[in-house]
Design a protein around this ligand. Structure first.
Ligand SMILES: Cc1cc2nc3c(=O)[nH]c(=O)nc-3n(C[C@H](O)[C@H](O)[C@H](O)COP(=O)(O)OP(=O)(O)OC[C@H]3O[C@@H](n4cnc5c(N)ncnc54)[C@H](O)[C@@H]3O)c2cc1C
Length: 424
């Protein structure tokens, strides 16, 4: 669905290449796009007729196991990050598909399987090397350019090109207890209700997300279930698997499971478990809401939407946050939704352009049906190209400060191929 034709693609190898690219675009009045992992469904990593700074060759990572830090370049994917850090039994919380770019994910906030225990990705960011609109290379941290550091943690690609991130690391795995437990859609309501009660009391090491969709042909499910609507509990215990095993037992008693695939496996493998669902070339239209609680009315709306899935690839995911993600003050970084306990993502996904209207319509209808139960906030990394009007909701009271910082570092809005913050 993203079909743009840039005039020039600058395949940068080192930070000075990025500086030349930024200077060239600015001095020649060219539209400028920045590609990290190229994953964002809004398609903002590319532009028509302008210059794309492509960072996909800049993936180097250096781990300091003694200090528990990793420095990683701005074009790395989550797979690159996990591979480098897991070699030392360390990790930092990132998203759940390993092909996602570290840069875009981090700059919007970033959350995944480890976030309840260790916070958002931005909560683990120590510093960033940034090429500003003026072509200067600056380091942003709590003590250097602190205003820029505040804005980078949620402000997306609005402030400059990040060529290097430095993250704090935590001992994780390398083997973790993780996997899937699958229930039929006929049991979805009691399963979701029990999930809500269970998670409210679960330790922060234990994270469970729910996925509602048609069953893919997974070998651990009986063949008669393939293609049937299901509700999946996807879980990870980010601690000693022996301690986690008894804690996940109740999840098996939420109903009559159709099958399960739970065991001790490498954390890096679990980080890639959902990648096979993301075959290249599909058409995508997503919608998302934040929730502070999960209401019964929301469950009814979810179950109704799963009854009208327009394609076997569409799904509704409820991601659990809370825990460490809720501890920082909302004004401590540009990302401020610290009261968000759940983020629901409606993945409209199909192959044939003739199905665009059907797929987009389904996602929008369900988004409206779920809206009464949501906080009204939004996660900037899940916004589509046509949701510019939700950017203010993505920042709430932090928006004005973000616009001030934007004015300092990018007064002419050179970096505007993103969910854009206009300079104050
Ligand atoms: C299948 C899928 C699963 C996802 N799962 C999760 C998840 O579990 N958790 C989560 O938090 N998010 C998740 N996301 C959302 C993801 O965080 C965003 O799509 C994110 O923007 C991807 O980053 P990227 O670098 O790959 O994207 P890109 O498309 O390359 O870039 C996204 C935006 O960031 C800017 N940008 C990219 N690199 C840089 C850089 N180095 N410096 C400055 N600006 C830059 C771009 O200009 C663009 O505006 C998921 C997305 C998809 C498609």
């Amino acid at each position: 669905m993203i079909d743009k034709r840039p005039a020039v693609i600058a395949r940068c190898a080192i930070t000075p290449d990025v500086v030349r690219g930024v200077n060239f675009a600015r001095d020649n009045g060219l539209l400028l796009a920045v590609r990290g992992g190229g994953h964002n469904i809004a398609g903002s990593a590319v532009c028509d007729d302008g210059l794309v700074i492509d960072l996909s060759r800049m993936k180097a990572a250096r781990v300091d196991p003694g200090r528990r830090r990793v420095a990683i370049e701005g074009g790395a994917t989550l797979a690159d990050l996990d591979a480098a850090t897991q070699a030392h039994g360390l990790a930092t919380p990132v998203g759940i598909n390993s092909t996602t770019g570290v840069a875009g994910l981090t700059l919007g906030g970033g959350f995944g399987w480890l976030s309840r225990k260790y916070g958002m990705t931005i909560d683990n960011l120590d510093s960033a090397e940034v090429v500003t609109a003026a072509g200067q290379v600056v380091r942003a941290s709590a003590t250097e350019h602190p205003d820029l550091f505040w804005a980078l943690r949620g402000g997306g690609g609005n402030l400059g090109v990040v060529t290097r991130f430095e993250f704090r690391l935590h001992p994780v795995g390398p083997d973790v207890l993780s996997g899937l437990i699958v229930y039929p859609i006929s049991e979805a309501k009691p399963v979701l209700q029990q999930y809500r009660e269970f998670l409210a009391k679960a330790p922060e090491e234990l994270t469970v997300w729910t996925v509602l969709r048609q069953a893919p042909p997974l070998p651990f499910l009986p063949e008669r279930v393939h293609g049937q609507e299901i509700v999946v509990l996807a879980l990870i215990y980010a601690g000693d698997p022996k301690q986690g095993a008894p804690l996940i037992e109740p999840l098996r008693r939420f109903g009559t499971a159709l099958g399960e695939h739970v065991g001790v496996q490498p954390y890096a493998a679990w980080q890639q478990a959902f990648d096979p669902l993301l075959t290249a070339g599909a058409r995508n239209y997503w919608k998302s809401h934040n929730f502070s609680t999960l209401a019964d009315g929301l469950f009814d709306a979810v179950i109704a939407a799963v009854g009208t899935l327009p394609s076997p690839q569409c799904e509704i995911i409820i991601a659990a946050l809370g825990g460490a993600t809720a501890r920082p003050a909302p004004a401590s970084a540009a990302y401020g939704h610290r009261d968000t306990k759940f983020v629901m993502n409606v993945h409209g996904r199909w192959e044939d352009p003739a199905d665009d209207k059907l797929g987009i319509g389904w996602a929008r209808d369900f988004f409206s049906a779920a809206a009464p139960f949501a906080t009204g906030g939004a996660y900037v990394n899940f916004l589509t190209a046509d949701e510019g009007d939700r950017v203010r909701s993505a920042y709430g009271p932090n928006y004005d400060r973000l616009a001030q910082v934007k004015r300092t570092y990018d007064p002419n809005n050179l970096f505007r191929m993103n969910q854009n913050i206009e300079p104050a």
